[in-house]
Design a protein around this ligand. Structure first.
Ligand code: ZN
Length: 454
């Protein structure tokens, strides 16, 4: 009999791990880093111990006890979790966000990992940039169409999110079908992919869906706000850049490569060069983005940045352009700078203080889903204090990568599954639909009809 287990994404935004098993095969959908529901024990100033990341996470309950999944070399000698499972096993990655891919480096090296070709390329770029999750470098196999794992088949079905290569999956087992949205929205760039997903998986036995946007209370009298379009984001960034007589700062998530590409071109159209920290520039260059610019050696960056640039230029033809600190100080109005959030005092290199900046000059921090993401991040308040001290104005122009509550309800109604399983949100119970609903328990086993086995 086919069983389904949920090893993450229960009551938290992210860390989804869905295990579909038959007596002869196992398919694991996503392998994200666990996101603790309380304060993260490993938040700053605590640092993970290199080489002990998996052991330490298992010990405090930040990684699920899944037998035969983890790399024995990263476990304690003789650990029972290191015993192999005789069944064919494969992992399928929906997209390259940490809450979905962050634990891939803990996998047994003999377990194959499949993903959309764009996700495979992006993962290579992330690794070259030195910004991947802990553990070893996972080897990914590009998939289009369907992959068979014993008596289970898995089809990757592209969806719209805010990262290249995002997919949901349609899993067919001897007992029926399961669809998993990954992370999905219905407002970005026309949402053709997401609508294709709805058509492809209509009528599945079990639908596992993310519910990120149901996590947040909306005032009852507030009009239902449509998330900003990419065009509106560009307009707002243009407004801020035009208003700034000198430097403008940007914060966007570099793995959103399409948005990065657009903002590079948009900055150019407004007479500015977008300058990235070395690791971000390396990621974009490695992924094939043209016209990427970073700092030359005149700016003291942490060593990881220079090393990432060297790796990316060795791997991919072409060079990453560079600018000097002097050039930026001489003409601040020609630049849009993405600061390195992990090196906050490096803001002081920039022409943000006297004698480089006349007092009272408007300098925007154009925030489009970059770090720090929001008040839930440990570095949020400190960062805002720095912006405040430097008289930098926070300008929020972002747009969520996740479906609105309304769009989620419509999606479930249109797919009309036998049972819907809301995960990946603080309030999965807020998904109120006209089909049977399962609010699963962490690690428990269910049938495809949503009945609990143990
Ligand atoms: Zn996610």
């Amino acid at each position: 009999m086919t069983t389904i287990e949920f090893f993450g994404g229960i009551g938290v935004i992210g860390s989804s791990k869905i295990m579909v098993s038959t007596p002869t095969a196992r398919v694991l959908l996503d392998m994200g880093l666990d996101i603790p529901s309380d304060q993260d024990l490993f938040r700053a100033p605590v640092r993970e111990r290199p080489g002990f990341e998996l052991r330490d996470r298992l010990a405090v309950g930040y990684a699920p006890a899944m037998p035969g999944i983890y790399d024995p070399a990263q476990l304690d000698p003789g650990a029972t979790l290191a015993w192999s499972d005789d069944r064919l096993t494969a992992v399928f990655l929906s997209h390259a966000h940490l809450d979905h891919d962050g634990a891939l480096g803990f996998l047994r090296p003999d377990i194959p990992v499949y993903a959309h070709p764009d996700t495979v390329l992006l993962e290579a770029a992330i690794f070259a940039s030195g910004t991947s999750g802990p553990g070893s470098q996972p080897e990914l196999t590009p998939m289009t169409g369907t992959v068979a794992v014993g008596d289970i088949t898995v089809e990757a079905v592209p969806v719209d999110h805010d990262i290249p290569g995002a997919c949901g999956f349609l899993v067919t087992t001897p007992d029926g079908t399961l669809a998993y949205t990954g992370d999905i929205n219905f407002h970005r760039d026309g949402a053709k992919r997401s609508r294709g997903f709805v058509d492809r998986v209509a009528g599945v036995d079990m639908l596992v869906t993310e519910t990120t946007m149901l996590s947040f209370d909306m005032p009852a009298d507030a009009p239902a706000l449509e998330p900003r379009s990419e065009a509106e984001i560009l307009d707002l960034s243009a407004e801020a850049m035009t208003r700034a007589p000198g430097l403008a700062l940007l914060s966007m998530y570099v793995r959103d490569v399409d948005r990065a590409r657009r903002l590079i071109a948009h900055a150019t159209a407004h007479g500015r060069v977008l300058v990235w920290p070395g690791q971000s520039a390396a990621l974009l260059h490695h992924f094939g983005v043209e016209g990427v610019t970073t700092w030359d050696r005149s700016r003291p960056q942490t060593p990881g940045h220079a090393q990432a640039v060297v790796r990316a230029e060795a791997a991919v033809p072409g060079t990453i352009r560079t600018v000097s600190l002097d050039a930026v100080r001489a003409c601040p109005s020609s630049y849009l700078i993405q600061p390195d959030v992990s090196d906050v005092p490096s803001l002081l290199d920039l022409p943000l203080t006297a004698p480089h900046r006349p007092p009272g000059t408007f300098v925007p921090y154009i925030h489009a889903q970059g770090e720090p993401l929001g008040p839930f991040m440990a570095n949020w308040h400190t960062y805002l204090e720095w912006l405040d001290r430097l008289d930098i104005t926070f300008v929020s122009i972002g747009s969520t990568g996740h479906a609105t509550g309304e769009a989620l309800h419509k999606m479930v109604t249109d797919i009309h599954p036998g049972v819907v399983v809301p995960i990946h949100g603080f309030r999965p119970e807020a998904l109120q639909v006209d089909v049977p609903r399962l609010l699963p328990e962490y690690g428990a086993s269910y049938t495809l009809k949503g009945q609990r086995i143990r």
